[in-house]
Write a protein that binds this ligand. Sequence first.
Ligand code: MIG
Length: 768
Amino acid sequence: MNYGQIKGFSVEGNRVQITFENAVGTVSAVTDEIINVFCGLSSESNHSFAIEGDKTKPVNVIANKMKDYLIISTPKLAVYVYDNFKIQFLKSDGTLICRDYTGEREAQGEAVLTQAAIEQARMEGHMMADGIAHHEIEVLKRMEGDEYFYGLGDKYSFLNKKGYEFEMWNSDIPDPHYESMRSLYKSIPFVIVHREKVDYGIFFDNHHRTQFDLGKENSGYYFFSADDGNLDYYLIAGDSIRAVVSGYTYLTGTTPMPQLWTLGYQQCRWSYENRDELLAVAKGMRDNQIPCDVLYCDIDYMDNFKVFTWGEEQYPQHKEMLTDLKKRGFKVVTIIDPGVKKEKGYSIYDQGIENDFFVHATNGDVYENVVWPGDSVFPDFGRRAVRNWWADNQRLMTDDGVAGIWNDMNEPASFRGEIPPDVVFCDEERQTTHAEMHNVYGSLMSKATYEGIKRHTGKRPFVITRACYSGAQKYTTGWTGDNQSHWSHLRYSIAQLCSLGLSGMAFIGTDVGGFGANCTPELLCRWTQVGCFTPLFRNHAAKGTRHQEPWSFDEKTLDICRMYIRLRYRLIPYLYDCFRTAEMTGLPVFRPLVLNFEKDKNTLEINDQFMVGDWLMVAPIVDQGKVSRDVYLPCGCAWYDLHTGERFSGGVRILREAPLDTCPIYVREGAVLPLWPVMNYVGENKVDTLELKVFGGEGEYIHYQDNGEDYAYRDGAYNLYKFTQKHGALSIELVNAGYADRYEGFKISMNGKNFKVKFSGRKLAGLR
Ligand code: MIG
């Protein structure tokens, strides 16, 4: 798109409208530090599937015309707009944030091949570059040289994405995921750029197929592009990566508090084929004293894969089964796919046909493709009426006692080829195409599921999705789809989960043990050692692969898995606090070290260590046969080895022995970790006395407590306890007292001593 010369401009509130020769664009300040750049190339409206509600704050925007450019400023930023809508962003002190690249695209190092050579190579299955593909919308930013690129959702790659190209097109990929794969299940077109003196984010809010090239084509620039939709992106400035993540989640929403039980251990398999098998797994958990809260029913629980039904043959009297499991502390989550079996007499199909709820082929017929139930039709989730209907359908599950819903196949995936781009989908009343709605289909489905569960149960919904677009974190957790029981997949899962966290999704996990291929005992141990720190802690495996419940191998494997699953339950109050932070600030639970320590250059590319909240750092083993590893302890604070209590100063690299039963874990000095006793499931025993493990130094920690279930906390029904340590003494103060059920006391371990204190008032000081 060639915008042409600037012809004029006008300011209206936060927005500056700029008339170019060939188009009208706007630059709007959402806040002092968030700028939206927009040009309605395909529609006038900047309707977003990620940003809900008006996020605009009052900002003092001033625009001035210079000789050949405009300066638009907020109290914190200056935006220079040139001809052809080229832009430079600066801080108000003049520091350059980023500037558009003004040259033409040019592929560096591209091999020159004859057409014959290309055809031959393709015949054998090689991917051959097609040369430069131009797009209707292309925003090229100059590479200043010191960039690190983070984020972009679930892409399968290292933390720093510089030098790679990606595509946003929700894709069901059952084959092994590999490094630098362009797309996966989710589309989160948000990238964080870290430079020595500046941090910023770019959120390209275009839900069509988009591309991101972060210096792969040419190290002189990076770009994002699309062939359809609008030029619509946000520059999110801030003085740290944390501020940028918070800016992004300010726009697109944060992850709301989950129910407490969702933080427990979850066991899944495709499939526990019948009631006996599922009950045997439940028994296995309790017999082996493995804490477990959640069991799953994958697709085979249904009657012929008809969503919202149960197969009486496999799961007779499922209601009684669910009630009985619930008594023993097990919550059951069932899978629901979007594909509805085409079968007259099946109520969901009939209702959908009667109300015209399914997407249409171009000739006006209901569109059909094949998924698990055979010939199937697809709900048109872009329409409110369809989402409402789907939300109501949730009741069919929750009324029977189902505790959460797992949304799979919602890229949407289909077996008879991908749904053609021109199949008719709607965006509310507007008819549009699959090409436009593809990337948001999973988000809309999850939103409908969330709203239904919320409406029917009044509790915080537990929804898991495979596909989604930016902003889905408000409604759903996510998992990373079909990984494999490969060591490389365990290794990459760390960067992948960190990237998802930086992209706003705080509640995420991978299939622990790996989905495809056969897990080994050693891999299961190491994966469980990582899994116990991931927000969603679910072990899952595919049909036809070896079983990977913790007892599926030998005693040693069982012992090690049990040990780390128990550690998970010890950490639940800490994790819950991290979720509180996530809801308040958008900062993820599972994070790269760079989020906390970006001034320490050694953390910029750490792919095999991670933080859990602000206080825990984990350096797991992710290679077969390895029994020791180097661990980097970031600068600026001291660290305690959780296992040995040994103290290390920060800024050092140490060698840590890590036999199979040991996952190296470090606690930041000054921490006061709240811990639970181990229990079989969340809520089995009431915690009247909270355990606090104090790690020297000085620090302040806020602990959050509520009923762990519903939305009463939004009306203030929660407690906040402030733990402060200074000069070797600890004080405890109740700083918010909205929830009646308080702790009666604390069991404290500090300075090598253990003692208990009663807590009935508001403050205790000088504990040592
Ligand atoms: O293509 O429901 O990613 O977790 O077990 C298989 C069966 C369809 C894919 C999901 C996986 C799930 C499986 N599903």
